[in-house]
Design a protein around this ligand. Structure first.
Ligand SMILES: C[S@@+](CC[C@H](N)C(=O)[O-])C[C@H]1O[C@@H](n2cnc3c(N)ncnc32)[C@H](O)[C@@H]1O
Length: 258
């Protein structure tokens, strides 16, 4: 090496699901065509399950809020949006998008029982080694009559194939972001929610195929010719649509009894 030549640091390789990956990818959160693009599509679909606030200053607790991608889709619904996450670099961005942030583990949230009108847990549970504990916390935070909305990845061979072996080779999912051993069995999730007073109803979801393929082609073309983003948030991004099977990606929603 010549004296004085810049030394380029190779990107560090972290174990699957290591939370430091979110620091390394901090610049991707709000890039419409970035590594977290699909989270934007999912946030829109999750927000569609959230009704307008039932009372003034109703509270929505967003567990594993990341950089606050849910925020634009809640605008006008009347909630105070409080985000809980372990990753400070993501919380800083969430705060810049109007989210009140708390740096905490979703399995031990420093908030009072029954404080929330809505608890959202989008693409969180499949990252939490003790997802049952996170579900117990989500249900504990809900007031009776409050709404739980979530989406996650199922613990099936098909999901491991599509979301990890194939998905993590596409630009829609960062490589190594998942540890498939943490994927969440849908029946076990329904059972766990029921144990905590929430009757969860599930439905399978997926990106709308034509839109996703068109997005992917635009994205690949743009990266080849080195142009900027090809779609703004809410522009021509693919829609998330219901599908008949919960075997891969699924949404759940349910009201807390009591
Ligand atoms: C795939 S991202 C989803 C972010 C956001 N919900 C969204 O859909 O845009 C997962 C997020 O969960 C956070 N996370 C992972 N484990 C967590 C835990 N035990 N407690 C709180 N946050 C956690 C990560 O820091 C990351 O921001």
């Amino acid at each position: 090496m010549r004296d004085g030549a810049p030394v380029s640091t190779p990107p560090r390789v972290l174990p699957p699901n290591d939370p430091r990956q979110y620091d390394d990818l901090a610049g991707e959160w709000w890039r419409p065509d970035g590594a977290f693009a699909m989270l934007h599509w999912l946030a829109r679909a999750r927000a569609a399950l959230v009704p307008p606030a039932p009372r003034p200053a109703a509270l929505l607790v967003d567990l594993g809020c990341g950089a606050g991608l849910l925020a634009p889709h809640l605008a006008g619904k009347g909630y105070r949006h409080l985000g809980v996450d372990l990753t400070q670099s993501a919380l800083d961005q969430a705060a810049a998008h109007g989210v009140t942030v708390v740096n905490a583990d979703a399995t031990a949230v420093p908030l009072a029982d029954g404080c929330a009108d809505v608890v959202a847990a989008g693409e969180l549970l499949e990252h939490v080694p003790d997802w049952r504990r996170a579900v117990a916390e989500a249900c504990r935070l809900l007031r009776p009559g409050g709404l739980l909305v979530l989406d996650t990845l199922n613990d099936t061979a098909l999901c491991r194939l599509l979301a990890v072996r194939i998905g993590e080779r596409l630009p829609t999912v960062p490589r190594g972001i998942h540890d498939p051993r943490l994927f969440v069995d849908a029946r076990a999730l329904v059972g766990e929610c029921a144990r905590h007073g929430v009757q969860l109803r599930l439905r399978g979801i997926r990106p709308e195929l034509g839109g996703a393929v068109a997005w992917l082609l635009r994205r690949l073309r743009a990266s080849r010719v080195g142009t900027g983003p090809t779609a703004g948030p809410g522009g021509t991004e693919p829609r998330i649509v219901p599908t008949w099977s919960t075997a891969v990606l699924y949404q759940g929603h349910g009201v807390r009894s009591g």
